[in-house]
Design a protein around this ligand. Structure first.
Ligand SMILES: [Zn+2]
Length: 510
């Protein structure tokens, strides 16, 4: 018979092993960061081999049958699992989930996926350059076929669909039905709102987006803002890279990046605040559980809720600009010729329906994501053939955003995701915006003077609230459960729509 003491030893053995495996993952993370930020181009060939070796070792160690034995022993212990939300119970639950998923895929399929993802990216880049979807179509057909087989290996719940199985990698517990249930009302209300907005009698100022500010000065300013909102430079770095990202081997060593253009002050600042939000989530995870699921983020959607919190709810608010505007004038005043608060705040909040997702504003962004979700769901269900993607894409852009997509490069070839065999990923961007708005409404209920605080340059109380209510839980809850636990309600489109209407209504005079 297993005694409690025996089993706690088994749990310790499991956690020791998992922490060892995490050292490999953390090392790979730093090498990956180095590749994007520091490495000279000549290093690429060996770096790819270094990363492949670490990934292989990590997979081998994690899928070792001994991990299965240790997990089974822990699962059999009633005392350890008495409170299913305790850190040991959560760790065992999450590790079992990972183990099951990693051992469900045949190694030939994993190898085929790696090959197709590499081929896919190459073919996609060529096709995008030539704006020729037909060039990419054969590889994408192979990718879709592979993803449908991969979904079959994972399986999905009764009444579910292949999309659910793939989304598990990005948003555990999320289903296409759940996403459609929230996105449907959001799409209809957003579409009506955007029409009204574009016909509104006023337009916000855009002058601050036309000013050039030398990049070294922008870098200095972005660091000041990052520090002010609470990004911890003793446990984090801020560098530049071609595509901004956040990474880190554990909560005490987080790396964020941003990018600058002389005529893109607002884009860089918003980007920095966005990545700070991701970084502060990681820095807020419990350090005592480093290397285990109890020191890891819930999902990409919740991650994005944290980045959007600082980028949009804080960084694009009037209160923030009341604090930031005099600082901007102080730092760059000689170039700004009478820049008013309205100019600064308006320039951060211009709405322009367009066809490029990554250039979209806060109000139209989610439409781009919904187009992708509807298409990938139909593709995986066999309701849409790959050859029909461009036509469907363009029709949805016309319907939802009222824009004519000029060519495939600026249409269905603009994103890298599908070429990397990632389907089930896109909706996490909009789920993030939805969770963000719902969390922020709750934060305002708990701290009604938040906006006055922002105006005074005080951001600590919001950060502490996020630390306590979201970050400290690590993987304790699924995203949808955390939302109900924290806000008392299931995820809904209402808070995001209320936020967009309250902000853009006055700016556009409606
Ligand atoms: Zn993000």
């Amino acid at each position: 018979m297993t005694t409690a003491t025996d089993t706690s030893t088994v749990y310790d053995q499991l956690i020791d092993r998992i922490k060892d495996i995490d050292l490999l993952g953390g090392s790979a993370t730093v090498l990956g960061w180095d590749q994007e930020v520091m490495m000279p181009p000549g290093g690429i060939e060996y770096r790819a081999r270094q990363l492949a070796q670490l990934a292989g070792l990590r997979h081998e160690w994690f899928t070792d049958p001994r991990v299965d034995e240790l997990l089974s022993a822990c699962e059999a212990d009633g005392e350890l699992n008495a409170d299913p939300l305790s850190p040991p119970a959560v760790n065992v639950r999450e590790l079992r989930r990972d183990y099951a998923r990693k051992t469900k895929l045949p190694s030939e399929l994993v190898a085929e996926e790696a090959k197709l993802a590499s081929l896919g990216q190459h073919s996609w880049a060529e096709a995008r350059k030539k704006s020729d979807f037909e060039h990419f179509r054969p590889v994408l057909e192979q990718i879709v076929d592979l993803l449908r087989r991969k979904a079959e290996c994972y399986g999905w719940a009764v009444g579910g669909e292949p999309w659910d199985a793939l989304a598990e990698d990005f948003e555990p517990g999320c289903t296409a039905e759940f996403v459609a249930g929230v996105f449907g009302p959001l799409r209809d209300r957003l579409q009506a709102f955007l029409t009204k907005l574009m016909d509104g009698p006023r337009k916000p100022s855009n002058t601050f987006n036309e000013v050039e500010i030398p990049i070294p000065e922008q870098e200095k300013f972005n660091r000041i803002v990052a520090e002010a909102i609470g990004y911890d430079f003793k446990r984090g770095r801020l560098d530049t890279s071609t595509h901004p990202f956040t990474t880190g081997s554990h909560c005490n060593d987080i790396r964020i990046t941003t990018r600058y253009r002389a005529d893109g002050f607002n884009d860089a600042l918003a980007g920095t605040m966005h990545e700070c939000g991701h970084g502060m989530y990681e820095q807020g995870l419990p350090p005592e559980h480093i290397g285990t699921p109890m020191s890891a983020s819930i999902s990409l959607g919740i991650h994005e809720s944290q980045s959007r919190m600082w980028e949009n709810q804080v960084g694009r608010s009037l209160a923030f600009w009341k604090w930031c505007h005099p600082r901007v004038v102080d730092s760059f005043g000689d170039r700004l010729e009478g820049l008013t608060l309205d100019d600064a705040y308006g320039s951060a909040n211009n709405v322009r329906p367009g066809f490029i997702r990554v250039e979209a504003d806060e109000a139209t962004y989610n439409m781009h994501v919904m187009v992708r979700f509807e298409l990938e769901r139909a593709i995986l269900n066999g309701d849409l053939a790959v050859k029909d993607i461009p036509g469907q894409w363009n029709a949805k852009y016309k319907e939802y955003l009222g824009v004519d997509v000029p060519d495939d490069a600026r249409g269905c070839l603009q994103d890298i995701h599908w070429s990397m065999a990632a389907m089930g990923y896109f909706p996490t961007y909009t789920l993030g915006n939805l969770y963000c708005a719902q969390f922020f409404e709750q934060a305002l209920k708990d701290m009604p003077n938040l906006h006055e605080q922002f105006e005074a340059g005080e951001f600590g109380e919001l950060k502490t609230w996020l630390n306590k209510n979201i970050h400290a839980h690590a993987k304790r809850y699924r995203a949808a459960d955390l939302c109900e636990h924290l806000t008392g309600k299931p995820l809904s489109a209402d808070p995001l729509m209320r936020h967009l209407e309250a902000k853009f209504g006055p700016l556009y005079g409606i």
